[in-house]
Design a binder for this molecule. Structure first.
Ligand SMILES: *Cc1c(COP(=O)(O)O)cnc(C)c1O
Length: 391
């Protein structure tokens, strides 16, 4: 007899909580115990759990048509693509089922662009602390020992630079670089924002050298920072952008947005997906997009983000032995801890509040964008309780 191996591949250290129902900002266990959810499935449930409009859209579409191949025209896909094109820098969109798949296409698009340019460039610059997914390409892009160890040989063509080292960036970003891939705010890396002037400087450097600018807005996009996409704060636009997480509001959906120039090599047969852009996902995605871009919605995200941030600054001041600082933008906030971040997550959980750990000893607060002011007050009271416990 060999030792029992769990039927679910044990790649996650799971918390022993089993939720059976969600409503708005709350998750419920079978016995009715409820938790205030500041994880949103890691920035996925942008409109909270079981948003009535999303449930109605999904149900109606489920009764009509779930899936057809991309061999046929899919009106919901065209509608969502048009909405994204209208609202952004992009001329064109490809739909995926995840952020990782979006990263894979972004990398392929960069390579094809330079192949077709007739002056091949191989190197994509990335940054320490980055997270672009778990595929062979995405782990090679991130380059961290934690994600790549044991999975070599790594896909070549990436060079990882130190975070915030402008001299290293200027030295590396010459006329041989194909693209720079960066998260405007690192999520897994510990809610580390790229300052607006740095993003502007990076855009300029890319312009001068011809390198494509690829932004990974999988976590920070779709309204999370109080603008539809985080790069809008810096007043710049990328050539290619990866989106996922919030775009489906909980239904698996991702996208690559690109300018016509960056996408020029991606003709028929160069890429594909069985499920990407299916009618169910795109119907839900179109509804999410409609709600997030409706008059006043992002104003509310900014207002609630400012309110949450101010309260968190107060908590840091009240518990200087436990909490170090607040980071991030809008409702993508991080609390750097003096205690172990995982202890803070556990203490918050004991107070029935769910948060997510990140690198750099940070806990992430990613509430639904629809969180109410009262729920923000409740979250602060619970975090205060957790911090007092650890003090
Ligand atoms: C989550 C995430 C990904 C990967 O997305 P999946 O849907 O898990 O494949 C890529 N980039 C960033 C910035 C992310 O936060």
């Amino acid at each position: 007899m060999t030792a029992a191996f769990p039927p679910v591949l044990p790649t996650y250290n799971r918390t022993p909580l089993r939720f059976v129902r969600g409503e708005g900002s709350w998750l419920y266990e079978a016995d009715g115990t409820r938790y205030l959810d500041l994880t949103s499935g890691i920035a996925v449930n942008a409109l909270g759990h079981a948003h009535p409009d999303l449930v109605a859209t999904l149900t109606t579409q489920a009764q009509a048509l779930w899936h057809v191949s991309n061999l046929y025209e899919i009106p919901a896909q065209e509608q969502l693509a048009q909405a994204l094109v209208d609202a952004t820098f992009a001329d064109t969109v490809f739909f995926t089922n995840s952020g990782t798949e979006a990263a894979e296409l972004a990398i392929k698009m960069v390579r094809k662009y330079w192949h077709d340019a007739g002056t091949p460039r191989d190197t994509i610059l990335t940054f320490e602390g980055a997270f672009h997914g778990r595929s062979t390409g995405a782990i090679a892009a991130a380059g961290s020992e934690k994600m790549t160890k044991g999975f070599g040989p790594l896909m070549p063509g990436f060079k990882s630079l130190a975070w915030g080292d402008h001299d290293a960036l200027r030295a590396a970003l010459d006329g041989t670089v194909a693209a720079v891939m960066i998260e405007p705010i690192q999520g897994e890396g510990g809610i580390r924002p790229v300052p607006d002037h740095c993003l502007k400087g990076l855009r300029d450097l890319c312009q001068q050298t011809g390198a494509l600018l690829v932004l990974d807005e999988v976590q920070c996009g779709m309204g999370r920072t109080g603008r539809l996409f985080a790069h809008e704060w810096a007043g710049i636009t990328p050539d290619i952008m990866m989106v996922a997480k919030g775009i489906g509001g909980g239904f698996p959906l991702g996208a690559v947005l690109a300018t016509a120039k960056a996408a020029s090599g991606m003709g028929a047969g160069t890429h594909g997906s069985t499920y990407g852009g299916n009618p169910l996902a795109c119907a839900v995605g179109a509804k999410v997009m409609e709600i997030i871009t409706a008059e006043g919605f992002l104003d509310n995200v900014r207002r609630k983000g400012a309110m949450l941030r101010q309260s968190l600054e107060g908590l840091v001041a009240a518990h200087p032995d436990v909490l170090a600082e607040v980071r991030g933008a809008g409702l993508l906030l991080g609390l750097k801890c003096h205690v172990l971040n995982t202890d803070m997550v556990k203490a918050a959980q004991a107070a029935r509040l769910l948060t997510v750990p990140a690198a750099d000893n940070v806990i992430r607060l990613l509430p639904p964008l629809t969180i109410s002011e009262d729920e923000i007050s409740q979250a602060i009271a619970r975090l205060d309780q957790a911090a007092r416990q650890l003090s």
